[in-house]
Ligand binder design. Structure first.
Ligand SMILES: [Zn+2]
Length: 163
């Protein structure tokens, strides 16, 4: 977050090359071609105040300036991304979302795991994909009402699709 004072100093610094090459209003007016640049601490308080007024004008007009150097952080856990990371499309963002402990996806993944466990238990315990597929064939061939077959087959498909 850049303050008025920081930006005022930057504005003063931004004038250094112009002063040293004679590209200033004073140069036009008084015919000076090049002049020693006076540092922030050397100029008068009224000159500094002039820079602060310019800085405030720019901050009011372009609020984005004040957060121009802000570090991008994860909104869920606060981890800081490397300087210069764009707000979207970067691989580093995608990679972090996969491992961020506080990302909403972690709860969704936990919920899916709980539901899978519950369905597995209903079908008789932990089963591999091959066992589930075998189970489906047996259910389809079994002499039980269609409604029971449908419920069991839907449960098997839910497990196979959320693996
Ligand atoms: Zn995070």
């Amino acid at each position: 977050m850049i303050t008025v004072e920081d930006l005022a100093k930057e504005l003063h610094e931004a004038g250094r090359a112009a002063v040293e090459s004679g590209a200033t209003v004073a140069a036009d007016k008084f015919g000076e071609t090049a002049r020693k640049f006076m540092e922030w601490d050397e100029i008068s308080e009224s000159a500094r105040e002039g820079r602060r007024i310019q800085a405030k004008y720019l901050l009011d007009k372009f609020p984005a300036i004040s957060c121009g150097s802000r570090t991008l952080t994860c909104v869920y856990c606060g981890m800081a991304y490397p300087q210069g990371t764009p707000t979207n499309g970067a691989q580093v963002l995608t990679d972090h979302i996969k491992v961020c402990a506080k990302h909403p996806m972690r709860k969704a993944e936990g919920d899916i795991a709980k539901l899978r466990k519950a369905i597995m238990d209903m079908l008789g315990g932990e089963s591999s994909r091959a066992e589930l597929e075998q189970m489906e064939l047996l259910i389809r061939a079994a002499q039980v009402p269609d409604i029971d077959k449908t419920i069991s087959i839907n449960a098997i498909h839910a497990l196979l699709e959320t693996e």
